[in-house]
Design a protein around this ligand. Structure first.
Ligand code: ATP
Ligand code: MG
Ligand code: ZN
Length: 509
């Protein structure tokens, strides 16, 4: 007696179909699993047996063989518990085979038959839909996240016994579509409004440009100038995710087991702020199960590294590849995979260990060599990838006491959205979503300078000895500045403003 249940496994951020074949043969009671099962899949035996027995189903007194096909890929995780249990019941004739036609199943079982949440439900649902499945049965805990994937019936299951009953009676009902949940960006960020920031017009402007075009940014300045404060306000001014971006973010969160918040969480761009003690593995991802790291969790959003020089050198250097390519390649003994990681890097640092180098009123107490070695913690290649290098000076007491609030986040955000809309129209149908993502050919196409702007740029390249990469990055920033101004042409003022943000790494302390 053979039963086949369609299920799925996840590799990186992609899911593939796995057929769980259950065969009940003659012979002594043995329960074996084949098809490259990892440890957690082998342990499914114990959970499935107890769950079935505790739900009142006698475990078959025969030889039970489970094959996970295709056999050439290694399977990990606990998602096969539920398909194996259902497969046994179908093979025994306790559930009609037709009840699970065109249906994919995934879920972990606890010993009493309750169905527990798993990771990666969203990519599974995406793949199920792609392969023409009609519905997917997932743990109730994951049902809301699975609903992010349209055109597929989602069944959320609490308990094995309940589920089996529904399958037998034909009473399996899909989850109703969620009511529209309205919570605006401003609601969520009301504690962090740009209106709180006094002065800092240059830093505010840089934040607006970064938000509009998705550029990397570094604030450098003395303690207490408002660097962290400004960076924390970025989520409130950044344009919302578009539909494609939202699904990609949800897939990553789902694989990382962080999507239980449901779709509401994806109305906002991710904002990840790992502590400077973060390990390279936690930053880049990996581990035995290939979990996404901070760079992938920040995909289409912001990776905020406060106190940049405090991070481990190896961690910072590892950022170079994802910053350039928009994805991160993880190689381990068991697997190699590529995870998306198109994030905006936002960082802050002091100019020297004491913090006051270059301060107009306070003397720096650091030796020159100490200043140099502090700055050298940020390598040239990393600095080269930062589009907006922004000096932040301390606010004057007069400015701090001023009663007039700064411009609100809502006002800044509406300009950033308008600029992002221009970009969407420009890149329509292509892989590029914002100016920061332009590739060399796209840059040549959309960043042609007016003649006088071109001459100005040529002089600046010479004077600042800009690298080829810096050259391209300045052009992208200039494109965003023009988009904010509502201009299709790249004029002198746009390129000049972009160049001004590339001065810092040229100045030796
Ligand atoms: N420009 C500013 N406008 C209003 N408040 C400010 C400003 N700068 C600093 N503050 C006040 O000082 C506090 C500390 O600022 P913040 O943490 O951003 O400084 P920082 O530049 O990150 O300093 P550090 O280099 O020590 O990390 C803020 O929470 C705020 O209360
Ligand atoms: Mg700070
Ligand atoms: Zn100093």
């Amino acid at each position: 007696m053979l039963a086949v249940i369609q299920s799925s496994a996840v590799l990186g951020v992609d899911a593939y179909r796995v057929d769980v074949e259950v065969d009940l043969g003659r012979g002594m009671m043995v329960f074996s699993t084949v098809g490259q099962p990892g440890t957690s899949v082998c342990e499914a035996r114990t959970r499935v047996k107890s769950a079935l027995e505790n739900c009142g189903f006698a475990f078959p007194q025969r030889r039970v063989t489970v094959n996970l096909a295709p056999a050439n890929l290694r399977k990990d995780g606990t998602a096969f518990d539920l398909p194996i249990a259902l497969g046994i019941l179908v093979a025994e004739g306790k559930i009609p085979e037709t009840a699970l036609a065109d249906t994919w199943v995934a879920g972990e079982l606890s010993l009493d038959g309750r169905i527990r949440g798993i990771r990666g439900v969203i990519p599974m649902a995406v793949q199920a839909r792609r392969e023409g499945a009609r519905r997917i049965i997932v743990p109730m805990d994951n049902a809301r996240e699975a609903q992010m994937v349209g055109d597929l019936e989602i069944v959320g299951a609490h308990h094995l016994l309940e589920l089996v009953k529904a399958l037998v009676d034909g009473g399996l009902s899909p989850l109703p579509s969620p009511a529209a949940e309205v919570e605006t960006q401003t609601d969520l960020n009301r504690d962090f409004d740009m209106a709180d920031v006094r002065g800092q017009s240059l830093a505010r402007r840089a934040l607006e440009i970064a938000a509009a075009g998705g550029h990397n940014l570094l604030f450098i300045g003395p303690p207490g100038a408002g660097k962290t404060m400004l960076a924390r306000r970025l989520p409130g001014v950044i344009p919302p995710l578009c539909a494609e971006e939202r699904l990609e973010c949800a897939v990553i969160a789902s694989v990382a087991g962080l999507a239980e918040l449901g779709r509401k969480a994806f109305d906002h761009r991710p904002f990840r702020a790992p502590h400077h003690s973060v390990t390279e593995a936690a930053l880049m991802g990996g581990g035995p199960h290939g979990r996404p790291g901070e760079v992938s969790l920040a995909h289409h959003g912001v990776l905020f590294l406060d106190e940049l020089p405090e991070f481990k050198r190896s961690a910072l250097e590892a950022l170079r590849q994802p910053l350039e390519d928009g994805d991160v390649v993880i190689s381990r003994a068991q697997y190699t995979m590529t995870l998306p990681s198109r994030f905006m890097l936002v960082a802050s640092m002091n100019p020297c260990p004491c913090g006051y180098h270059g301060h107009p009123r306070q003397a720096c107490t650091c030796a020159l060599t100490a200043v140099r070695s502090y700055r050298n913690r940020i390598s040239g290649p990393l600095m080269d990838r930062i589009d907006l290098q922004v000096p932040v000076e301390s606010v004057s007491p007069l400015e701090m006491r001023s009663d007039s609030p700064g411009e609100s986040s809502a006002a800044v955000r509406s300009r950033a959205i308008a600029a992002r809309d221009r970009q969407h129209r420009r890149f329509k149908g292509g892989p590029t979503l914002c100016n920061a993502q332009m590739r060399p050919a796209t840059i040549r196409k959309y960043c042609a300078l007016e003649p006088s702007a071109s001459a100005l740029f040529a002089r600046a390249i010479d004077r600042l000895a800009l690298s080829g990469r810096a050259h391209d990055r300045v052009l992208k920033v200039a494109r965003t500045i023009a988009d904010l101004a509502g201009s299709e042409r790249l004029e002198d003022e746009h390129i000049a403003e972009a160049i001004q943000f590339r001065q810092l790494d040229r100045e030796a302390p």
